[in-house]
Design a protein around this ligand. Structure first.
Ligand code: ADP
Ligand code: ZN
Length: 704
């Protein structure tokens, strides 16, 4: 009898985790009772443990069917890092490599084997010589033509139940919709499966929607705040991914484009670099992400409005799988809405697609908790506001917008319901552009009656009127704005309209941002992150396979300095303790030491420099008087400044130079020495300036 205690011990010893996530233990128990199971969990919900853990307890092998070769490799790497023997067999390997794995299977040396559905028939004969204890089918929605990712090879999987009638099957997917669920269990011939549906709420993902004004600048500001954090930017078109990556590179962000039109080798190189923390940002079409298990994606941005909520939720779900707080931003533009409406109305199944787009748009335009809207889309009803979306954090305040609405609606009438939104705004604001004059709109009544309201605000107000149903976009007729039957009530019957002003603070902030505290090169987290990166290079596995960001953060807080303390960290199991324990404990101890107070002698030499400097002595004079190099004096000033002395370092290094160094710092990924900066800046910026600029940057991000 396998007790809950045994399950928890297995979880800790082999995977390093203290607790099960919701549904994991229940699913594992069902499998151990040899029942078929269908597990529906969001991305990052922790599906893998549901078959990896029972695989260790069952006598025979566990076969895992997985659609993507890249994903198999990552999962096997992760298992091996935890000291669990596993392998994958697929077409990327040579015949002899495959034979080796097959032999290992026969010799009972591995507990889990990952295979693609295409390889099943080829391996069938091998399997008849083995005890198969469990079959796990990952991304099971691929079997259903209802799902959004149908794969023909998956339809053959129905034979597994006949082939291994007494072996339990576990089907896993993150697709929630009911039709797909039913289809999965029918096509796999599951025997009255137990179905588990986990909540789709991912509390650690913050939700935010911004107007797409000056998107690129907003994105650059956002990234500069987090120079070491991986992120994905989803774009609608291939062209946009390339242009955006280009713009980001120009300001020193390590960004690459990814789309289906690129050469295969380039694509997989970009994907690898991203997974291995060698490329910080990927600007991608939705072709990117399915094969990525990277747990430390810290943010996801949608440069364009997604086509539907399913896709959007799956894409943002790629952030924060490790459970740490992660950010998501969606940029909404009127132009995108129009383009997407056109696409949807011309494609297959137009009515359904348009309805889905409409739901997406409602989400983006929401004036109440966004998470409630998302979860209700997936059939989960929540009563509490989430507190982690832009609306909850910054609730919109409404004003009586009746007069504003009347002006807009009558302008639409004056223009005979024949103009798109930008012309209406120009007309309201009394713009003197060629189009207005050509049409002689300047002679109409109401021309210019809204000149006191900005272009941006008018746009937002009219969009709100559209959302409230007073007018609509005729996207089949050049996007003319027309009135609806509700409009007369506002115009003639005194109906009141509530409007809200959209926050623009983020957009109007034009200052160059300096990296925030989080990114400080001096933090223990950064030290551990670098160590993890080095080990990952040696072992040729992604960094997050060694330890997740969540584990490093916990080490930063708890500062474990012994084996017993380290093993209490979530994510440290026996194998990792043995392999990496020493290195990490050493790094933590050294870090502690380096933070201890410096000997007195050193303190006094700084003090002497400070006194002279405060008395008006120039740095050259100080150097001569104290028989020190100029560089040493400069480094004293940097240190004194960092420690809080009131010294204006800008007399030695200009603001422009500081911002150049900020960019270099991001591009170079925070080097610990000055030489990389010097080289990167083509020897044009002196060492002293670099040193002082860094002091300014670090002090700015770490004010004490
Ligand atoms: P999914 O396949 O559902 O997207 P994964 O199986 O890849 O999710 O798990 C997502 C992340 O959560 C991984 O980094 C994994 O190590 C971690 N994880 C899984 N189960 C637990 C747990 N019980 N406690 C802590 N972390 C967990
Ligand atoms: Zn909310």
């Amino acid at each position: 009898m396998i007790t809950s205690k045994i399950l928890h011990n297995t979880l800790k010893e082999n995977f390093g985790f203290e607790k099960f996530r919701p549904n994991q233990e229940e699913i594992i128990n069902t499998i151990l009772e040899e029942k078929d199971t269908l597990a529906i969990m969001p991305t990052g919900g922790g599906k893998s443990i549901c078959f990896q853990l029972p695989a260790l307890l069952l006598p025979g092998i566990t076969i895992v069917i997985s659609p993507l070769i890249a994903l198999m490799k990552d999962q096997v790497d992760s298992l091996r890092a935890n000291g669990i023997e596993a392998c994958f067999i697929n077409s990327s390997q040579s015949g002899s490599e495959q034979q080796l794995h097959i032999q290992n299977l026969k010799d009972n040396k591995v507990k889990l084997v990952y295979i693609a559905p295409e390889s099943l028939s080829y391996l069938d004969q091998v399997f008849s010589q083995l005890t198969v204890s469990l079959i796990a089918i990952d991304e099971a929605h691929c079997i259903s033509a209802w799902g959004h990712d149908f794969r023909p090879a998956y339809t053959n999987l129905g034979y597994l139940k006949n082939r291994f009638p007494s072996t339990p099957i576990l089907a896993l997917t993150a697709t929630a919709d009911k039709a797909t669920r039913k289809d999965i269990s029918q096509q796999l011939n599951l025997k009255s499966p137990k179905i588990f549906v986990a909540s789709f709420d991912r509390k650690n993902l913050s939700l935010e929607v911004r107007p797409a004004l000056d998107r690129v600048k907003q994105i650059i500001d956002f990234i500069k705040d987090k120079p070491n954090e991986s992120g994905i930017i989803y774009c609608l078109s291939r062209k946009t991914t390339e242009e955006l990556a280009d713009k980001l590179q120009k300001v020193g962000v390590n960004a690459k484009a990814y789309h289906a039109g690129l050469d295969n080798t380039i694509r997989s190189k970009t994907q690898d670099e991203f997974i291995n923390d060698d490329c910080q940002v990927v600007c991608a079409t939705i072709a990117f992400g399915m094969g990525i298990d990277k747990s430390n994606v810290r943010w996801v941005i949608h440069y364009n409005l997604p086509k539907n909520i399913e896709g959007y939720y799956q894409e943002i779900g790629r952030a924060g799988r490790d459970g740490l707080p992660s950010e998501t931003i969606l940029f909404e533009s009127y132009g995108d809405v129009i383009q997407l409406q056109k696409f949807a109305s011309q494609g297959l199944n137009a009515e359904v697609q348009l309805a889905k787009l409409e739901r997406m748009k409602q989400y983006a335009d929401a004036l109440s908790c966004r998470r409630k809207i998302l979860l209700s889309y997936f059939g989960e009803l929540v009563t509490e506001n989430c507190g982690n979306c832009d609306i909850c954090k910054n609730p919109p305040s409404f004003f009586d917008g009746t007069v504003v609405a009347q002006k807009a609606l009558s302008a639409i009438i004056r223009l005979k319901e024949s103009e798109p939104l930008p012309v209406i705004v120009d007309f309201l604001r009394g713009s003197k552009n060629a189009y207005i004059f050509e049409k002689e709109y300047q002679n109409l009544k109401t021309y210019g009656i809204g000149s006191d309201i900005s272009w941006f605000d008018w746009n937002q107000y009219i969009i709100q009127l559209i959302n409230q149903g007073y007018c609509e976009i005729a996207f089949h007729q050049q996007n003319k704005i027309r009135l609806t039957s509700l409009a007369p009530e506002v115009l003639f019957e005194g109906e009141k309209v509530q409007l809200t002003t959209v926050q623009k603070a983020i957009i109007e902030n034009t200052e160059i941002k300096e990296p925030k505290k989080k990114a400080s090169v001096n933090s223990l987290f950064e030290t551990l992150r670098k160590l993890r990166y080095e080990i990952s290079k040696e072992e040729k596995v992604p960094a997050y396979v060694i330890f997740s960001d969540a584990a490093l953060r916990q080490m930063e807080t708890n500062r474990p300095m012994s084996d017993e303390e380290l093993i209490s960290i979530d994510g440290v199991g026996n194998a990792k303790l043995e392999k990496y324990g020493d290195a990490f404990i050493k790094a933590i101890i050294n870090f502690q030491k380096s933070k201890e107070v410096k000997p007195k002698k050193e303190a006094s030499t700084y003090k002497e420099t400070l006194l002279l400097f405060q008395n008006g002595t120039t740095v050259e004079e100080i150097a001569a008087k104290r028989k020190l190099g100029l560089g040493t004096v400069m480094s004293h000033l940097a240190k004194l400044y960092m420690d809080g002395a009131a010294i204006d370092l800008h007399q030695f290094v200009t603001r422009e130079e500081v911002s150049i160094i900020i960019e270099a710092r991001i591009k170079l990924n925070n080097p610990t020495t000055l030489k990389p900066y010097y080289d990167y800046l083509e020897e044009k910026v002196a060492y002293d300036k670099i040193r002082l600029a860094l002091a300014i940057i670090e002090k700015g991000s770490n004010p004490s």
